[in-house]
Design a protein around this ligand. Sequence first.
Ligand code: NAD
Length: 349
Amino acid sequence: MGLVLSQTQVTNHEIATDVDELSMKILITGGMGFIGSNFVRYVLANYHDYRIINLDKLGYGSNPDNLRDISNPNYSFLQGDISNITTNFDNVDIIVNFAAETHVDRSISNPQAFLANNTTGMLNLLEICRRADIQFLQVSTDEVYGSSDGREFNEEDRLNPSSPYAASKAAADMLTNAYHKTYGLRSYISRCTNNYGPCQSPEKFIPKIIIRAILGRPIPIYGSGIQIRDWIHVRDHCSALDRIIHSGNHGEVYNVGSRIQVENINVAKQILTLMGKPHSLIEHVQDRPGHDIRYRLDTSKIQRLGWKPIIGIDEGLKETASWYLQHASWWNWVVNEKTLGPAPWKENW
Ligand code: NAD
């Protein structure tokens, strides 16, 4: 491998100044996955008296190593499925729902699993919240708006999802909204753009590039690679969720993004350059069916709450590549021809 990148230090976000100082008890669902585990760390680092229960079924996006080092008495883990959990969570203040089937490619191969998990599964959480009057934050995605022609989507724009994954997330947003209107559920919805950072499953775009580069293998790029995404570092996403929980209004949707717009092909080139690998590793492969050309969000609503992203893409990508280089034992038992393959939607998951 022979590559050593300097570890970029990215400091914790400053604690929001208008935060409710009282202790909160948060049920984080899907907290053993990529964003959820980063959010667990974020809350424990910034709110020393908050208690967290992490409920996760330990599906494919999860990795128990994500939080193995946490020995904080305010943190506990519960293995379980949001679809059938019956525990009484009366003393929980808010459920932050990260739990979902998340890989678009897998949703093309196996849409039923996505609909069952991400809609009827999450409905069980809404019922728990309704019965015990618990607040609910649905962690949604910019993909619910579908492809943009260049215009920034705001929270009022119509939902127009392209993939079964995005459609299942849009349905979950609709259900959350319906529970707010019908039952007065104290809910929020966040819609964030593409995340990157430590602990993301090797199947996803940026980790796959980094890991294949480490292994000296060709980097598959879908189609021409001109698809444009807004890349946000996962810790900026976490601080946005923090802001919504502490300053947001119930019943509202908040777009979250960095407004850093990059073509996929240029993300791949940037990663290869900073890892000292040749761009000739890039190999154009068949495009994913229904592939959205561009996501673009207007994030002024959450910015009016006082939030802004602070991690630039150069710094963030360097830190991320460095993390995967230094954590081969985290990913090497997960990677195989299927998880790192060039056309995952053709696989039988
Ligand atoms: P991930 O796949 O890394 O993690 C999802 C976690 O949810 C896993 O740990 C999995 O075991 C768990 N899970 C799935 N179904 C469950 C169930 N029925 N019961 C309990 N646990 C279950 O995904 P991620 O990238 O961390 O995404 C987290 C959330 O954020 C998802 O809801 C996703 O739609 C949303 N989101 C992701 C991105 C992104 O770029 N990754 C962007 C915007 C929104």
